[in-house]
Design a protein around this ligand. Sequence first.
Ligand SMILES: C[S@@+](CC[C@H](N)C(=O)[O-])C[C@H]1O[C@@H](n2cnc3c(N)ncnc32)[C@H](O)[C@@H]1O
Length: 387
Amino acid sequence: MNERARRTVPADPAAAPADPEAIAASGRLVARILEHIEAGGGWIPFDQFMRHALYEPGLGYYAAKPAKIGAHGDFVTAPELSPLFARALAAQVAQALLELPPRVLEFGAGSGALASELIAQLGRLGVELESYAIVEVSADLKTQQQARLRDRRIRWLDAPPERFEGVIIANEVLDVMPVKLFVGRGGSMLERGVQARGGGLSMAERPAGDELLEAVKAIEADAGPLPDGYVSEVGLMARAWTATLGHWLHRGLALLIDYGFPRSEYYHPQRAMGTLMCHFRHRAHADPLWLPGLNDITAHVDFTAMAQAARSAGLQVLGYTSQARFLLDCGLLELLGEAPGGPNTAAALRLLSEAEMGELLKVLAVGRGVRGPLRGFASGDRSHRLL
Ligand SMILES: C[S@@+](CC[C@H](N)C(=O)[O-])C[C@H]1O[C@@H](n2cnc3c(N)ncnc32)[C@H](O)[C@@H]1O
């Protein structure tokens, strides 16, 4: 498929070598992963590898690597690019809070940029927040958030609350949840994983287990048969995460913003290599085994699966659209008019551009007890594409 890589331009990762200390840290992570492989009988599924590479305590990318997000990191997200993103999002949050307790819960708050600007803009809109809480799995990013947001009244939670009423936000969180990799070959479905080879790591395949077989069968039932040799991924963890919202989101709205597509586009026969992508110093590459712990690893989101998971957990799908349509409906151009200027205009163009964030990122709204219609989906709702 002719499509720009997520966030960054494809490039040879070797063109930007890491420093010796970082390479040594990655070596320690590889040694730890080799222990997991040995404990797993010589092979671990890719989702387990991805969990270690990103979240292994003290060594994983989100657990340990300093300077991940922003100009000096590996990738840029919408809130890092411009405060206009948070200001536009605030319009949707403010509308929802008209009928909900004024509480916001953010997952994976990164550097804290979104929280900082969202709280400020809600204040300008006259919304008095009762609470703003963050659930963050990265101890390192939590420290960064606490430093940046120390003058705000924010609570950090180790896990979602047992019951919540208000607005939930997760920007680019689902795409860093571990995925399973599959490949269909000669009538058999195989699961890709990682094995030890020559003191390092290499990819290896095993017959897929029942859970993965079921998931691929459901994909083929919706998207049509996948061609021989087709490689892709299934985000079972992201689905489970979305389904759990149904247990504890008692009344409110969840805005899930991420790179992704409806199922029929995701598993299009032409997207034969899946969407797995790694990011290192603003370069994108496709080798997750290259310097684990120093690279972000992501996969796009199957938004049909997220909508199904939400519905089966008793939530309603309240809207689905591109980031560009969502931001425009939330008044991005008016906000740009209030703060014109070169950097803001350039950032707004990137947020809206069809070839970049505007179309590749989507916004899915799910919830319970919210009347709607929601402002952010007024002119571009594509929920019907998720059926
Ligand atoms: C790609 S970054 C996005 C950061 C931020 N939302 C932004 O847009 O700049 C992913 C974030 O999600 C966090 N994360 C990953 N899995 C999570 C989970 N299950 N619960 C909460 N945070 C999570 C990471 O630690 C990181 O802060």
